[in-house]
Ligand binder design. Structure first.
Ligand SMILES: [Zn+2]
Length: 460
Protein backbone atom coordinates (compact mmCIF):
# COMPACT_ATOMS: atom_id res chain seq x y z
CA UNK A 1 0.00 0.00 0.00
CA UNK A 2 1.17 3.42 -0.89
CA UNK A 3 1.88 5.97 1.81
CA UNK A 4 -0.52 8.92 1.74
CA UNK A 5 1.24 12.16 0.95
CA UNK A 6 -0.35 15.14 2.66
CA UNK A 7 0.03 18.76 1.68
CA UNK A 8 2.27 19.62 4.62
CA UNK A 9 4.87 17.09 3.71
CA UNK A 10 4.89 18.34 0.10
CA UNK A 11 5.50 21.90 1.34
CA UNK A 12 8.25 20.63 3.61
CA UNK A 13 9.83 18.84 0.68
CA UNK A 14 9.71 21.96 -1.51
CA UNK A 15 11.14 24.11 1.28
CA UNK A 16 14.03 21.77 1.86
CA UNK A 17 14.72 21.65 -1.88
CA UNK A 18 14.72 25.45 -1.99
CA UNK A 19 17.04 25.64 1.02
CA UNK A 20 19.41 23.32 -0.76
CA UNK A 21 19.49 25.56 -3.83
CA UNK A 22 19.57 28.94 -2.05
CA UNK A 23 22.79 30.98 -1.88
CA UNK A 24 22.60 30.84 1.91
CA UNK A 25 23.12 27.13 2.04
CA UNK A 26 25.78 27.42 -0.63
CA UNK A 27 27.73 29.87 1.55
CA UNK A 28 27.20 27.76 4.64
CA UNK A 29 29.07 24.94 2.98
CA UNK A 30 31.70 27.18 1.40
CA UNK A 31 34.78 25.63 2.91
CA UNK A 32 36.44 26.29 -0.40
CA UNK A 33 39.85 26.89 1.07
CA UNK A 34 41.11 23.39 1.57
CA UNK A 35 43.41 22.01 4.20
CA UNK A 36 45.44 20.28 1.47
CA UNK A 37 46.23 23.53 -0.33
CA UNK A 38 46.96 25.34 2.95
CA UNK A 39 49.33 22.56 3.92
CA UNK A 40 51.10 22.60 0.55
CA UNK A 41 51.64 26.38 0.63
CA UNK A 42 52.77 26.74 4.22
CA UNK A 43 55.02 23.68 3.93
CA UNK A 44 56.86 25.13 0.96
CA UNK A 45 57.21 28.62 2.44
CA UNK A 46 58.50 27.28 5.76
CA UNK A 47 60.75 24.60 4.29
CA UNK A 48 64.48 24.45 5.03
CA UNK A 49 65.08 25.06 1.32
CA UNK A 50 64.12 28.72 1.84
CA UNK A 51 66.58 29.00 4.75
CA UNK A 52 64.38 31.22 6.90
CA UNK A 53 63.46 33.75 4.16
CA UNK A 54 65.95 36.38 5.29
CA UNK A 55 65.73 39.76 3.59
CA UNK A 56 68.17 40.09 0.65
CA UNK A 57 68.60 36.31 0.49
CA UNK A 58 68.12 33.70 -2.22
CA UNK A 59 65.53 32.02 0.02
CA UNK A 60 63.37 35.13 0.01
CA UNK A 61 63.53 35.18 -3.80
CA UNK A 62 62.33 31.57 -3.93
CA UNK A 63 59.43 32.51 -1.67
CA UNK A 64 58.66 35.54 -3.87
CA UNK A 65 58.60 33.38 -7.00
CA UNK A 66 56.32 30.85 -5.36
CA UNK A 67 53.80 33.51 -4.27
CA UNK A 68 53.89 35.08 -7.74
CA UNK A 69 53.23 31.68 -9.34
CA UNK A 70 50.27 31.06 -7.06
CA UNK A 71 48.88 34.52 -7.92
CA UNK A 72 49.30 33.71 -11.62
CA UNK A 73 47.43 30.40 -11.22
CA UNK A 74 44.54 32.37 -9.71
CA UNK A 75 44.60 34.80 -12.65
CA UNK A 76 45.32 37.98 -10.67
CA UNK A 77 46.41 41.18 -12.42
CA UNK A 78 49.64 43.00 -11.55
CA UNK A 79 49.64 46.64 -10.41
CA UNK A 80 48.71 48.95 -13.36
CA UNK A 81 52.25 50.17 -14.07
CA UNK A 82 54.04 46.89 -13.48
CA UNK A 83 54.56 44.00 -15.89
CA UNK A 84 54.44 41.36 -13.18
CA UNK A 85 53.53 40.94 -9.49
CA UNK A 86 56.91 42.14 -8.24
CA UNK A 87 57.03 45.60 -6.71
CA UNK A 88 60.75 46.11 -6.22
CA UNK A 89 62.16 49.04 -4.29
CA UNK A 90 65.55 50.44 -3.42
CA UNK A 91 67.01 50.82 0.03
CA UNK A 92 70.11 52.68 1.06
CA UNK A 93 72.49 51.53 3.72
CA UNK A 94 75.15 53.56 5.39
CA UNK A 95 78.08 51.20 5.67
CA UNK A 96 81.03 51.90 7.89
CA UNK A 97 84.37 52.13 6.06
CA UNK A 98 86.47 52.69 9.11
CA UNK A 99 85.94 53.47 12.75
CA UNK A 100 87.90 54.51 15.79
CA UNK A 101 85.82 54.23 18.91
CA UNK A 102 86.95 54.32 22.52
CA UNK A 103 84.66 54.07 25.54
CA UNK A 104 86.73 54.97 28.62
CA UNK A 105 89.77 52.95 27.63
CA UNK A 106 88.05 50.14 25.78
CA UNK A 107 88.53 50.01 22.02
CA UNK A 108 85.27 49.05 20.30
CA UNK A 109 85.29 46.86 17.19
CA UNK A 110 83.03 47.32 14.19
CA UNK A 111 81.09 44.17 14.93
CA UNK A 112 80.11 45.61 18.30
CA UNK A 113 78.83 48.85 16.79
CA UNK A 114 75.59 49.85 15.07
CA UNK A 115 75.42 53.27 13.47
CA UNK A 116 72.09 54.93 12.70
CA UNK A 117 73.18 57.94 10.72
CA UNK A 118 73.16 59.76 7.41
CA UNK A 119 76.52 61.36 8.02
CA UNK A 120 79.53 60.18 6.08
CA UNK A 121 81.73 61.42 8.87
CA UNK A 122 80.77 61.32 12.53
CA UNK A 123 83.02 62.68 15.27
CA UNK A 124 81.89 62.79 18.89
CA UNK A 125 83.61 63.09 22.24
CA UNK A 126 82.26 63.54 25.77
CA UNK A 127 82.51 67.29 25.14
CA UNK A 128 79.49 67.02 22.81
CA UNK A 129 77.40 66.31 25.94
CA UNK A 130 75.38 63.61 24.25
CA UNK A 131 72.72 61.84 26.28
CA UNK A 132 74.01 58.37 27.22
CA UNK A 133 71.59 55.46 27.41
CA UNK A 134 72.39 52.07 28.95
CA UNK A 135 70.47 48.97 27.90
CA UNK A 136 71.27 46.37 30.54
CA UNK A 137 70.20 42.72 30.77
CA UNK A 138 66.94 43.67 32.50
CA UNK A 139 65.86 46.06 29.73
CA UNK A 140 63.99 45.12 26.57
CA UNK A 141 66.45 45.92 23.76
CA UNK A 142 63.84 46.48 21.06
CA UNK A 143 61.67 48.66 23.26
CA UNK A 144 64.57 50.88 24.37
CA UNK A 145 65.74 51.28 20.81
CA UNK A 146 62.23 52.20 19.73
CA UNK A 147 62.18 55.00 22.34
CA UNK A 148 65.48 56.37 21.05
CA UNK A 149 64.15 56.17 17.51
CA UNK A 150 60.97 58.08 18.45
CA UNK A 151 62.96 60.78 20.22
CA UNK A 152 65.06 61.25 17.08
CA UNK A 153 67.98 63.01 18.79
CA UNK A 154 71.72 62.33 18.69
CA UNK A 155 72.38 59.49 21.13
CA UNK A 156 75.10 57.19 22.38
CA UNK A 157 73.76 53.85 23.58
CA UNK A 158 75.68 51.21 25.54
CA UNK A 159 74.19 47.73 25.36
CA UNK A 160 74.87 44.79 27.69
CA UNK A 161 76.40 41.73 26.02
CA UNK A 162 73.36 39.71 27.07
CA UNK A 163 71.59 41.21 24.04
CA UNK A 164 74.25 40.04 21.61
CA UNK A 165 72.09 37.95 19.27
CA UNK A 166 69.37 40.54 18.70
CA UNK A 167 72.06 43.24 18.49
CA UNK A 168 73.71 41.34 15.62
CA UNK A 169 70.41 41.10 13.81
CA UNK A 170 69.96 44.86 13.88
CA UNK A 171 73.53 45.37 12.88
CA UNK A 172 73.33 43.16 9.82
CA UNK A 173 70.11 44.56 8.52
CA UNK A 174 69.81 48.18 9.32
CA UNK A 175 68.71 50.09 6.25
CA UNK A 176 67.01 53.34 5.54
CA UNK A 177 64.40 53.38 2.89
CA UNK A 178 64.84 56.75 1.34
CA UNK A 179 67.99 58.36 0.27
CA UNK A 180 67.73 61.17 2.79
CA UNK A 181 69.83 64.23 2.45
CA UNK A 182 73.39 63.29 3.12
CA UNK A 183 75.11 64.64 6.21
CA UNK A 184 71.94 65.85 7.88
CA UNK A 185 69.68 64.76 10.71
CA UNK A 186 70.31 63.04 14.03
CA UNK A 187 72.54 60.00 14.56
CA UNK A 188 72.66 57.22 17.11
CA UNK A 189 75.67 55.05 17.84
CA UNK A 190 74.80 51.81 19.61
CA UNK A 191 77.66 49.87 21.20
CA UNK A 192 77.83 46.40 22.69
CA UNK A 193 80.03 46.64 25.76
CA UNK A 194 80.19 45.34 29.34
CA UNK A 195 80.76 48.88 30.67
CA UNK A 196 78.24 50.20 33.15
CA UNK A 197 79.36 53.83 33.22
CA UNK A 198 81.09 55.71 30.46
CA UNK A 199 82.90 58.91 31.45
CA UNK A 200 85.07 59.43 28.40
CA UNK A 201 84.53 58.55 24.81
CA UNK A 202 85.99 59.26 21.45
CA UNK A 203 83.99 58.36 18.35
CA UNK A 204 85.18 58.68 14.79
CA UNK A 205 83.25 56.89 12.04
CA UNK A 206 83.61 57.16 8.25
CA UNK A 207 80.82 55.68 6.09
CA UNK A 208 79.59 55.27 2.50
CA UNK A 209 76.15 54.61 1.03
CA UNK A 210 75.32 51.29 -0.61
CA UNK A 211 72.16 50.44 -2.48
CA UNK A 212 70.03 47.31 -1.94
CA UNK A 213 66.58 46.20 -3.02
CA UNK A 214 63.60 44.23 -1.76
CA UNK A 215 60.41 43.06 -3.44
CA UNK A 216 56.75 43.07 -2.40
CA UNK A 217 54.43 40.69 -4.29
CA UNK A 218 51.17 42.38 -5.32
CA UNK A 219 48.20 40.83 -7.14
CA UNK A 220 44.85 42.42 -7.99
CA UNK A 221 41.28 41.33 -8.69
CA UNK A 222 39.61 44.38 -10.28
CA UNK A 223 36.23 45.30 -8.83
CA UNK A 224 33.09 44.83 -10.95
CA UNK A 225 31.32 48.07 -10.00
CA UNK A 226 33.44 49.84 -7.38
CA UNK A 227 36.86 49.38 -8.89
CA UNK A 228 38.29 52.51 -7.30
CA UNK A 229 37.65 51.17 -3.79
CA UNK A 230 40.27 48.72 -2.59
CA UNK A 231 40.15 46.01 0.06
CA UNK A 232 43.65 44.97 0.99
CA UNK A 233 44.66 41.51 2.24
CA UNK A 234 48.27 41.29 3.35
CA UNK A 235 50.96 39.40 5.23
CA UNK A 236 54.73 39.54 5.37
CA UNK A 237 56.74 36.80 3.71
CA UNK A 238 60.17 37.62 5.08
CA UNK A 239 61.57 36.16 8.28
CA UNK A 240 64.83 35.98 10.22
CA UNK A 241 67.04 33.68 8.14
CA UNK A 242 69.52 31.61 10.11
CA UNK A 243 70.63 31.86 13.70
CA UNK A 244 74.26 32.83 14.29
CA UNK A 245 74.38 30.56 17.32
CA UNK A 246 75.73 27.06 16.74
CA UNK A 247 73.49 24.06 17.23
CA UNK A 248 75.08 23.28 20.59
CA UNK A 249 73.98 26.67 21.89
CA UNK A 250 70.39 26.38 20.69
CA UNK A 251 67.97 26.48 23.52
CA UNK A 252 65.87 23.28 23.38
CA UNK A 253 62.15 23.89 22.99
CA UNK A 254 59.14 21.61 23.37
CA UNK A 255 58.01 20.17 20.05
CA UNK A 256 54.45 21.43 20.37
CA UNK A 257 52.74 23.76 22.81
CA UNK A 258 51.75 20.85 25.04
CA UNK A 259 54.52 18.32 24.54
CA UNK A 260 56.95 17.75 27.34
CA UNK A 261 59.97 16.29 25.54
CA UNK A 262 62.33 19.07 24.44
CA UNK A 263 64.11 18.79 21.09
CA UNK A 264 67.07 20.62 19.60
CA UNK A 265 66.51 22.15 16.15
CA UNK A 266 68.76 23.18 13.27
CA UNK A 267 69.70 26.86 13.00
CA UNK A 268 67.02 27.85 10.44
CA UNK A 269 64.28 30.23 11.50
CA UNK A 270 61.58 28.58 9.38
CA UNK A 271 58.93 31.08 10.45
CA UNK A 272 56.06 28.66 9.78
CA UNK A 273 53.73 30.67 11.99
CA UNK A 274 55.59 33.99 11.49
CA UNK A 275 54.45 34.59 8.86
CA UNK A 276 54.32 31.74 6.35
CA UNK A 277 50.86 31.13 7.85
CA UNK A 278 49.62 34.64 7.00
CA UNK A 279 51.21 34.52 3.55
CA UNK A 280 49.43 31.21 2.93
CA UNK A 281 46.17 32.90 3.95
CA UNK A 282 46.73 35.71 1.43
CA UNK A 283 47.50 33.26 -1.40
CA UNK A 284 44.42 31.19 -0.63
CA UNK A 285 42.08 34.15 -0.15
CA UNK A 286 43.21 35.37 -3.57
CA UNK A 287 42.37 31.99 -5.09
CA UNK A 288 39.04 31.87 -3.24
CA UNK A 289 37.84 35.29 -4.41
CA UNK A 290 39.17 34.74 -7.92
CA UNK A 291 37.06 31.57 -8.15
CA UNK A 292 33.97 33.36 -6.84
CA UNK A 293 34.61 36.12 -9.38
CA UNK A 294 31.93 38.43 -7.96
CA UNK A 295 33.87 41.12 -6.06
CA UNK A 296 32.34 44.57 -6.51
CA UNK A 297 35.34 46.29 -4.94
CA UNK A 298 38.91 45.81 -6.13
CA UNK A 299 40.76 43.27 -4.02
CA UNK A 300 44.48 43.63 -3.55
CA UNK A 301 46.67 40.83 -2.21
CA UNK A 302 50.10 41.77 -0.94
CA UNK A 303 53.02 39.82 0.50
CA UNK A 304 55.39 42.34 2.06
CA UNK A 305 59.16 42.03 2.36
CA UNK A 306 61.18 43.79 5.05
CA UNK A 307 58.67 43.47 7.89
CA UNK A 308 61.16 41.91 10.29
CA UNK A 309 63.61 44.77 9.73
CA UNK A 310 61.21 47.64 10.31
CA UNK A 311 58.17 47.32 8.06
CA UNK A 312 60.10 48.56 5.04
CA UNK A 313 57.96 46.82 2.40
CA UNK A 314 54.68 48.25 3.65
CA UNK A 315 56.29 51.67 3.93
CA UNK A 316 57.23 51.65 0.27
CA UNK A 317 53.86 50.18 -0.74
CA UNK A 318 51.93 52.90 1.16
CA UNK A 319 53.91 55.61 -0.61
CA UNK A 320 53.00 54.26 -4.06
CA UNK A 321 49.24 54.16 -3.62
CA UNK A 322 46.51 56.70 -2.91
CA UNK A 323 45.60 55.44 0.56
CA UNK A 324 42.26 57.28 0.41
CA UNK A 325 41.10 54.52 -1.95
CA UNK A 326 41.89 51.70 0.50
CA UNK A 327 38.72 51.05 2.46
CA UNK A 328 40.20 48.37 4.73
CA UNK A 329 43.38 46.42 5.32
CA UNK A 330 43.23 42.91 6.73
CA UNK A 331 46.80 42.10 7.65
CA UNK A 332 47.25 38.48 8.65
CA UNK A 333 49.95 37.58 11.19
CA UNK A 334 50.59 34.23 12.83
CA UNK A 335 47.39 32.24 12.44
CA UNK A 336 48.94 28.75 12.52
CA UNK A 337 47.79 27.65 15.97
CA UNK A 338 44.66 27.78 18.12
CA UNK A 339 44.29 31.06 19.98
CA UNK A 340 43.52 31.43 23.65
CA UNK A 341 39.85 31.60 22.55
CA UNK A 342 40.04 28.14 20.98
CA UNK A 343 40.73 26.31 17.72
CA UNK A 344 40.10 28.43 14.64
CA UNK A 345 39.35 31.54 16.73
CA UNK A 346 40.77 34.89 15.66
CA UNK A 347 41.66 38.09 17.46
CA UNK A 348 42.34 41.50 15.97
CA UNK A 349 44.63 44.40 16.92
CA UNK A 350 43.32 47.96 17.37
CA UNK A 351 39.81 46.59 17.88
CA UNK A 352 38.27 49.91 18.90
CA UNK A 353 40.14 52.15 16.50
CA UNK A 354 37.58 51.59 13.72
CA UNK A 355 34.26 49.81 13.25
CA UNK A 356 35.84 47.10 11.10
CA UNK A 357 35.38 44.44 13.80
CA UNK A 358 31.67 45.27 13.96
CA UNK A 359 31.31 44.84 10.21
CA UNK A 360 33.22 41.57 10.11
CA UNK A 361 31.33 40.12 13.06
CA UNK A 362 28.01 41.04 11.48
CA UNK A 363 28.98 38.79 8.55
CA UNK A 364 29.79 35.87 10.82
CA UNK A 365 27.05 33.70 12.25
CA UNK A 366 28.65 31.33 14.72
CA UNK A 367 32.17 32.68 15.03
CA UNK A 368 33.29 36.00 16.38
CA UNK A 369 36.49 37.96 15.98
CA UNK A 370 37.85 38.83 19.41
CA UNK A 371 39.71 41.94 20.57
CA UNK A 372 43.50 41.61 20.94
CA UNK A 373 44.02 40.00 24.36
CA UNK A 374 47.63 41.25 24.59
CA UNK A 375 47.23 45.03 24.33
CA UNK A 376 50.20 45.56 26.67
CA UNK A 377 52.41 44.11 23.90
CA UNK A 378 51.58 46.93 21.46
CA UNK A 379 50.92 44.49 18.64
CA UNK A 380 48.99 47.12 16.70
CA UNK A 381 52.37 48.74 16.04
CA UNK A 382 54.33 45.57 15.51
CA UNK A 383 53.16 44.70 12.02
CA UNK A 384 52.56 46.25 8.62
CA UNK A 385 49.03 47.46 9.42
CA UNK A 386 50.47 50.37 11.47
CA UNK A 387 51.97 51.94 8.33
CA UNK A 388 48.57 52.11 6.62
CA UNK A 389 46.82 53.15 9.85
CA UNK A 390 49.13 56.17 9.97
CA UNK A 391 47.53 57.37 6.73
CA UNK A 392 44.00 56.74 8.04
CA UNK A 393 43.16 53.31 6.58
CA UNK A 394 41.06 50.96 8.75
CA UNK A 395 44.14 48.75 8.97
CA UNK A 396 44.33 45.96 11.52
CA UNK A 397 46.23 42.73 12.07
CA UNK A 398 44.42 39.41 12.53
CA UNK A 399 46.06 36.64 14.50
CA UNK A 400 45.56 33.57 16.61
CA UNK A 401 48.97 33.59 18.24
CA UNK A 402 49.36 32.95 21.95
CA UNK A 403 52.34 35.24 21.82
CA UNK A 404 52.68 35.40 25.61
CA UNK A 405 53.32 31.67 26.04
CA UNK A 406 54.24 30.31 22.61
CA UNK A 407 57.75 28.83 23.00
CA UNK A 408 58.37 28.96 19.23
CA UNK A 409 57.86 32.69 18.63
CA UNK A 410 61.02 34.01 16.93
CA UNK A 411 62.77 30.71 17.60
CA UNK A 412 64.32 28.22 15.19
CA UNK A 413 61.63 25.78 16.33
CA UNK A 414 58.84 27.72 14.53
CA UNK A 415 58.28 24.82 12.12
CA UNK A 416 55.27 23.41 10.26
CA UNK A 417 55.00 20.42 12.60
CA UNK A 418 54.16 22.79 15.48
CA UNK A 419 51.17 24.18 13.57
CA UNK A 420 47.55 23.06 13.80
CA UNK A 421 46.64 23.15 10.11
CA UNK A 422 43.00 22.47 10.76
CA UNK A 423 42.75 25.48 13.03
CA UNK A 424 44.62 27.54 10.46
CA UNK A 425 42.25 26.51 7.66
CA UNK A 426 39.24 27.45 9.78
CA UNK A 427 40.78 30.88 10.41
CA UNK A 428 41.28 31.53 6.69
CA UNK A 429 37.75 30.43 5.84
CA UNK A 430 36.38 32.58 8.65
CA UNK A 431 38.23 35.63 7.33
CA UNK A 432 36.88 34.92 3.83
CA UNK A 433 33.34 34.88 5.20
CA UNK A 434 33.88 37.87 7.50
CA UNK A 435 35.00 40.09 4.63
CA UNK A 436 31.95 39.44 2.43
CA UNK A 437 30.32 42.89 2.81
CA UNK A 438 33.67 44.60 2.21
CA UNK A 439 34.16 42.57 -0.95
CA UNK A 440 30.63 43.14 -2.26
CA UNK A 441 30.81 46.84 -1.41
CA UNK A 442 27.84 47.07 0.95
CA UNK A 443 29.80 48.17 4.05
CA UNK A 444 32.28 51.02 4.28
CA UNK A 445 34.41 51.04 7.45
CA UNK A 446 35.24 54.32 9.23
CA UNK A 447 38.72 55.68 8.71
CA UNK A 448 41.13 55.30 11.61
CA UNK A 449 41.84 58.56 13.43
CA UNK A 450 45.48 58.84 12.48
CA UNK A 451 46.04 61.62 15.04
CA UNK A 452 45.77 58.82 17.58
CA UNK A 453 48.32 56.58 15.85
CA UNK A 454 51.86 57.03 17.16
CA UNK A 455 54.29 58.31 14.53
CA UNK A 456 57.18 56.20 13.33
CA UNK A 457 60.71 56.82 14.52
CA UNK A 458 62.95 59.58 13.24
CA UNK A 459 66.25 57.70 13.08
CA UNK A 460 65.29 54.57 11.17
ZN1 LIG B 1 58.32 38.11 13.37
Amino acid sequence: MMKTINLLSIIALILSALAFLSPHSASASDNRISLEQVKADVSFLASDKLKGRANFSEGLMLAANYIAERFAESGLDPLPKLKNYKQTFALYQFKTDSQNIRLNNEIISEENTIVFSHHESLKWTEKNQLPLTYIDEKNDFKKELRQINLRGKDALVVVSESHKEIFQRYRNHFLTQKKRQKNSGPSAVVILSPQKTVKQFDINIQSTITKHSLTNIVGILPGKSKAREIVLFSAHYDHLGKSQASKQNQKPTPDTLNASSPVVHDNIYNGADDDASGTTAVINLAQYYATLNNNERTLMFVAFAGEEIGGLGSRFFSEQIDSDNIVAMLNIEMIGKPSRFGQGKIWMTGYKRSNLAKILNKNLVNEKIHPDPYTEQNLFYRSDNATLARVGVAAHSFSSSQIDIDPHYHQVSDEVKTLDLESMTIVINTLAKAAVSLVNGTDLPDRIDNEKVKPRGKLF
